[in-house]
Design a protein. Structure first.
Length: 148
């Protein structure tokens, strides 16, 4: 029987080293049954339509209406707000929120904060905005786009 190293197996199978090592360890521990991937029984949180509508309404609202100091939601901040502040749900992940919003035709997109002279009263604004010829990096925030 010919022996192969992990890099040699990677070239043959086009799989990542981490996965190859994981499969080797599984094979050494459990034999051929260790290599066969099994279906995971993760318990997904199921929310009824009423709860989903509440989440959609909150995600579609301005965070300032809840006396928060920002004007757009991120998925993670929204998840924390639903769990910790409103105590609406015991546990929800940002990806579960994304899936609920997509189910209700709401997409999250990245938006850029645009810096313009109209927004600043600072006399040195232009100098601060540009460093040499390079622009200062823009802050990226997430916002809700309703696709209805």
């Amino acid at each position: 029987m010919k022996e192969y190293t992990v890099p040699q197996i990677r070239k043959i199978t086009n799989h990542h080293d981490h996965n190859i090592r994981k499969w080797i360890h599984r094979f050494n521990e459990k034999g051929i049954d260790g290599i066969i991937s099994k279906k995971h029984n993760h318990k997904h949180h199921k929310f009824d339509n009423n709860m989903e509508e509440k989440i959609v309404d909150i995600a579609s609202s301005n965070p300032r209406s809840f006396d928060l100091g920002f004007s757009t939601w991120s998925l993670r901040v929204l998840a924390g707000f639903l769990m910790c502040d409103l105590k609406l749900v015991d546990k929800i992940s940002h990806s579960e929120i994304r899936n609920i919003l997509l189910k209700h035709n709401i997409k999250w997109r990245k938006s850029k904060t645009v810096l313009s002279n109209k927004r600043s009263n600072d006399s040195e604004y232009t100098e601060k905005k540009y460093v040499g010829t390079a622009k200062v990096q823009h802050t990226i925030r997430f916002c809700v786009t309703v696709c209805r």
